[in-house]
Design a protein around this ligand. Structure first.
Ligand code: BES
Ligand code: MN
Ligand code: MN
Length: 459
């Protein structure tokens, strides 16, 4: 019955997502504050159509949280769905083939049946909205098997700092047996997987200051330290020839995984060739002794995300800049503590600065890594649900991305999470031309009620 409802409402489900994607709810840019609020309002109105007991837009110090619930029987289990309605900035806008907030449906090599192109199509509006539509299908066919709560936030892409306070203040309201999240990916369209871990994040901005003003690079060049030269040297020194990070203590808390688990990971289908081809590189690079998949999931990293300083305008200007800057992220793995790592970075970076410059390290938001068990009822329910909808048992798979609130949920609420994502690496999240396969959208809507069914059954 649920399946039939979904099949007969596909067009409506898609049209609603298109409307949501037209709202530029970019959380990072204050210019879009009203649009972010509009996206919250859109969801509230949609929830109101779904016979929920309660739906509210709850303000925070930043962007609001949309909360909804339907409690059919206090003795039944409760699923808390988490998602986010905010999106990343669309820049660089000139690289989009169609407007980031003017959704279009086009076929791609991987999605011959069509994919929807827009900022947030996959991350996370498309994946989050699957949950509303799956819930609709259950409610309208009288087959909701347990209680459902929804917490949809507007600040995931900026670190979820206010959501942390929110969950601390609403522990009872958010009480649940499991948290269900679709904000990750799967291995391939025909290789379903359940995400079993996320990396954490430490993010810093560094400033290197030399002379008190930009200098003539002929008059002073050679005698005064150039902050850009120094900064790039300092950054280069953070990794050795094996791409091992040399910050003292950096690896101390890294949870090494067993050879057995590494062997298990290596069974996931993966083609080094296809991987390179998809992003147009000749070969991969990373920490010695680890495979590409391992480097991108179970090992910590250090990457420059942006670097600037000096003259970058037209033509040549001979200048020895006064300052240089960089934004640096470190992806962390289970047991590494972002605050501790930030401190280690700061101490080390200051200690390697030559006397000719001054160095300032400013920490940004971070996030803790997360691990989810695979021997739980909930994991089994997710596995059974995917097996039924894909016709194939999903593979447990760690992911390299971060969702900082997941570890907070466990710490504050004591509730575990299931990361059942339907995106693909090729969906270009955070990049120009982000898209989400229609196949994946509908498959998600089909799989979610199966999770509810199996999860409610097992309890
Ligand atoms: N949904 C992503 C994280 C993600 C994507 C995890 C794919 C696994 C697979 C999330 O919206 C995101 O982008 N998180 C940020 C962290 C945040 C602190 C800005 C990230 O990972 O960079
Ligand atoms: Mn996301
Ligand atoms: Mn994101």
């Amino acid at each position: 019955m649920v399946k039939k409802y979904i099949d007969t409402h596909k067009e409506q489900f898609l049209n609603e997502l298109i409307e949501l994607l037209k709202i530029p709810s970019v959380s990072a840019d204050p210019k879009y504050k009203k649009d972010v609020a509009d996206a919250a309002e859109f969801l509230k109105v949609k929830f109101e159509d779904l016979d929920v007991d309660r739906v509210e837009i709850i303000p925070t110090k930043g962007h609001p949280v949309v909360y909804a619930e339907k409690i059919i029987d206090k003795n039944l289990p409760t699923i808390l769905v988490y998602g986010h309605y905010d999106v990343q900035p669309a820049d660089p806008i000139e690289l989009w083939e169609s407007g980031p907030f003017e959704p279009v449906i086009k076929p791609t090599k991987i999605h011959p049946e069509g994919a929807i192109f827009a900022r947030g199509a996959c991350d996370d509006k498309g994946q989050m909205y699957m949950h509303l539509k799956a819930f609709e299908a259950m409610v309208k066919t009288n087959s909701l098997p347990c209680n459902a709560k929804f917490i949809i936030e507007g600040e995931e892409e900026v670190g979820s700092e206010n959501l942390e306070t929110f969950i601390k203040e609403n522990i009872e309201m958010l009480a649940a047996d499991i948290i269900l999240v679709s904000d990750t990916g799967m291995i391939a369209k025909d290789v379903p997987s359940v995400t079993t871990g996320l990396r954490g994040l430490s993010y810093v901005e560094v400033a290197v200051t030399g002379p008190n003003r930009d200098l003539h690079s002929g008059l002073y060049g050679g005698a005064v330290a150039n902050p850009i030269n120094i900064l790039t040297k300092m950054i280069a020194s953070l990794q050795d020839e094996n791409n091992h990070i040399v910050i003292p203590g950096f690896y101390d808390d890294v949870l090494e995984i067993s050879q057995e688990e590494r062997n298990e990971m290596a069974r996931a289908p993966f083609s080094e060739n296809d991987y390179c081809e998809a992003i147009d590189i000749r070969e991969t690079a990373g920490e010695k002794g680890f495979s590409t998949l391992e480097r991108a999931t179970i090992r910590p990293t250090l990457d420059v995300n942006g670097i600037w300083g000096g003259y970058i305008g037209e033509g040549a200007k001979t200048v020895l800049p006064s300052q240089a800057f960089a934004k640096i992220s470190m992806r962390l793995v289970p047991n590494q503590d972002p605050n501790k790592i930030t401190k280690l970075f700061q101490d080390h970076f200051e200690s390697i600065a030559p006397k000719s410059v001054r160095v300032k390290v400013t920490p940004h938001h971070g996030g803790e890594p997360a691990l989810t068990p695979i021997d739980s009822f909930a994991y089994k329910a997710a596995s059974q649900a995917m097996e039924e909808s894909f016709g194939k048992k999903p593979i447990p798979m760690r992911s390299g991305g971060s969702i900082p609130i997941i570890s907070m949920f466990e710490k504050v609420l004591g509730t575990k999470t299931i990361l059942m994502g339907f995106g693909l690496d090729s969906d270009a999240i955070h990049s120009p031309n982000e898209h989400y396969g229609l196949f994946n959208y509908y498959k998600g809507i089909e799989t979610i009620p199966l999770f509810y069914k199996y999860f409610a059954n097992q309890k």
